[in-house]
Design a protein around this ligand. Structure first.
Ligand SMILES: NC(=O)c1ccc[n+]([C@@H]2O[C@H](COP(=O)([O-])OP(=O)(O)OC[C@H]3O[C@@H](n4cnc5c(N)ncnc54)[C@H](OP(=O)(O)O)[C@@H]3O)[C@@H](O)[C@H]2O)c1
Length: 262
């Protein structure tokens, strides 16, 4: 039975970039927040400011989602004390490296945060989401999901996983109270490292550039509209799906190589 307790939206990676924009967008709509980010990054101050500004309840939980046990601990804390009507799996990490020069930690963190944490958190919160009369899962993939890319290798593969996982789960949960959406943003200047990368990618990087605020607003609208795949850049999407892989793969690989080596 649905509880009368307060309802929350859980946002991972809520401290910065797109996750921060998601938190503002949800708070603006009067939705209470559970904000999750890495420890020591001022998440407490941010959650207090958002709670005060929008008169909502915002709690924060600081943890490193690249560690599997932390994801399970987060989920049991949430399930013990909170009713969740929205899960936004936004935390994600990536980068551009020559594969053989990447450290084992770099490769493992991308897979753990992007793939494992998203799958495990979703799995652990499922009973909580299923007992609500209506609930939503929004997974953040990327335009990078639509083509393999040399010098990124693991990141686009992780985002292809997120896209496929979301669509499969959406189909499986048809007829239940949980609706699953996936969004595939293009480039956003969310932090200085990504901003520098986008600048170096030239025209290709700027082709799909959007502000995080706009991405958050459109994604939340799409989620409430129950779009299984949220289209942000229909034109780039069309172009990417029309260009055959033997053209886009070398083209994008060259752009990323330029980003690394100049
Ligand atoms: N920016 C782009 O161009 C772009 C394009 C397409 C898709 N995306 C996707 O959009 C999502 C958000 O990206 P963004 O650009 O906003 O990234 P960002 O500015 O780097 O922010 C990432 C957020 O995730 C959190 N995070 C990172 N590693 C974590 C970990 N191990 N444990 C817990 N939290 C962790 C960070 O926490 P702290 O605040 O504590 O550091 C931060 O809040 C990602 O899934 C990304 O792949 C981004």
């Amino acid at each position: 039975m649905e509880s009368k307790m307060k309802k929350y939206a859980l946002v991972t990676g809520a401290g910065q970039g797109l996750g921060k924009a998601f938190s503002y967008e949800l708070a603006k709509r009067g939705i209470n927040l559970i904000m999750v980010s890495l420890p020591g990054e001022n998440l407490k101050e941010l959650s207090r400011e958002i709670a005060r500004t929008f008169s909502i309840d915002a709690v924060c939980y600081e943890t490193d989602l690249s560690v599997g046990k932390n994801v399970l601990e987060l989920a049991s804390w949430v399930n013990r004390d909170h009713e969740v009507t929205m899960l936004i799996n936004n935390a994600g990490t990536g980068g551009s490296r020559k594969f053989q020069e990447a450290s084992p930690e770099y490769i493992n963190t991308i897979i753990q945060v992007n793939v494992t944490a998203t799958s495990l958190l979703t799995h652990q919160l499922m009973p909580n989401l299923l007992r609500q009369s209506q609930s939503y899962i929004l997974n953040v993939s990327s335009m990078a999901a639509f083509s393999p890319i040399g010098y990124k290798t693991v990141y686009p593969a992780s985002k292809t996983f997120i896209h496929s996982f979301s669509r499969g789960l959406n189909a499986e949960l048809r007829g239940t109270s949980v609706f699953v959406s996936v969004v595939n943003p293009g480039a956003m200047k969310t932090n200085p490292e990504i901003t520098e990368r986008v600048e170096k990618q030239g025209k290709l990087g700027k082709l799909t550039l959007l502000e995080p605020k706009e991405v958050a607003e459109k994604s939340i609208n799409g989620m409430f509209r129950k779009d299984s795949v949220i289209m942000l850049n229909p034109f780039s999407w069309l172009v990417l799906s029309l260009i055959p892989i033997w053209i886009k793969l070398p083209l994008m690989t060259r752009a990323i190589k330029r980003e690394i080596y100049g």
